[in-house]
Write a protein that binds this ligand. Structure first.
Ligand code: NAP
Ligand code: ZN
Length: 346
């Protein structure tokens, strides 16, 4: 065991504080990663604050991890010291079920989340707001050389969570895609949807971020606090990706879909969202969800992002700013992902 510096939530209501966390000795298939950057995902905040139910505390969040391999176990074959690697929301799974064999490890019944999850050795996992992490090589991905580690870190969750449904639901040339919410996930969704060749519209609460939305690749930008938006855009979109962390009126957005269009929810508020079934019947519309993505698809996403020069727009912060950053994310005041410089932890 090695104690390494980390930022932990002591309970759901207190600020994160500096502490240490134990990392296991390297097993034969493990790699030790020196974390360089850790993104702050809104899911970290939902989890810490108990929006999705209580976890065990102290809890070290962080599932957007980018770093360098500094040591490898005796049987490691695919990674070497010095590799630039990423770790996302998963650190293990059973490897033999249909989901795992199909590269959909996020749907494995025994998937191990990067933090707050029961690990295969009986301990509770602790995440990436930390200096080092030990992960089995199969749950690391390679970060292409052309991507900076800071701008790559958020791709490990925000990137794959938006890439996966855009791919699955056919974003591409001739498709009109709307992205609801221009936050961490939203701004990357815009970049990826644009790179896939679709016509992209941002639906944000206000016009405050219009310039940024267009700069990162949107063709159009509308404010949802303007009632006219919902009239003007009725029937417009083939695909809507909802990244909003709070409850929204799904029925209003479903009216913006074209016939047989699909609205995919990736935003995950703790409270239920009400759907009038008639919002789906007329036009035979689809309402679906999507959870992160599997390991092979995460590598595919990183390679796609490198090829299209897509990184997150990041505000790099030091460890002492993490609680302030949480408040700014909650106030929709993030442009567009806070990333912790892990060297400042400790
Ligand atoms: P974020 O950076 O806070 O972005 C969320 C955006 O939603 C905000 O920037 C804001 O955009 C909009 N928004 C917030 N409150 C709103 C409200 N009351 N009404 C309307 N719009 C509102 O969060 P994120 O890190 O992108 O995460 C977004 C959500 O996705 C979270 O719920 C997170 O847990 C979830 N998530 C899910 C998965 C998955 O696998 N499905 C993976 C990662 C994250 P505007 O200011 O532009 O309106
Ligand atoms: Zn996340």
């Amino acid at each position: 065991m090695h104690a390494v510096p980390a930022l932990a939530a002591p309970d759901p209501n207190s600020p994160l504080t500096l502490t240490t966390v134990d990392r296991r000795e390297l097993g034969p298939h493990d790699v030790l990663i020196r974390i360089e950057y850790a993104g702050i995902c809104h899911s970290d905040i939902h989890t810490v604050r108990g929006d999705w139910g209580l976890k065990r505390y102290p809890l070290v969040p962080g599932h957007e991890i980018a770093g360098i391999v500094t040591s490898v176990g005796t049987a490691v074959k695919t990674r070497t010291v010095g590799d630039r690697v990423g770790v996302g929301c998963l650190v293990n799974s059973c490897r033999v079920c249909a989901a795992c064999v199909g590269g959909q490890e996020q749907h494995c019944d025994n998937a191990v989340g990067t933090y707050g999850s029961l690990d295969r050795d009986g301990t509770i996992t602790q995440g990436g707001y930390s200096r080092y992490i030990v992960v089995t090589e199969a749950f690391t991905v390679l970060i292409p050389e052309t991507l900076g580690l800071d701008e790559a870190a958020p791709l490990l969750c925000a990137g794959i969570t938006t890439f996966s449904p855009l791919r699955r639901w056919g974003a591409g040339p001739g498709q009109k895609v709307a992205v609801v919410g221009l936050g961490g996930l939203g701004h990357i969704a815009v970049k990826i949807a644009r790179a896939m060749g679709s016509e992209v519209t941002v639906l944000s609460q206000s016009l405050k971020k219009q310039e940024d939305g267009l700069r990162v690749g949107a063709d159009h930008y509308y404010a949802t606090n303007d009632e006219a938006t919902f009239a003007v855009l009725e029937g417009r979109f083939d695909l809507i990706i909802n990244t909003v962390s709070a409850v929204i009126d799904l029925n209003a957005y479903l009216r913006l879909l074209s016939t047989r269009g699909a609205m995919i929810c990736v935003g995950a508020p703790g409270e239920p969202l009400a759907v009038n079934v008639f919002s789906l019947l007329g036009g035979s519309k689809i309402l679906a969800g999507s959870a992160i993505g599997g390991i092979p698809e995460t590598q595919e996403m990183l390679d796609f992002c490198a090829q299209h020069n897509i990184g997150a727009e990041v505000e790099v912060i030091s460890a002492d700013k993490v609680n302030e950053a949480y408040e700014r994310v909650l106030a929709s005041d993030v442009r567009y992902r806070f990333v912790i410089d892990a060297a400042t932890i400790g």
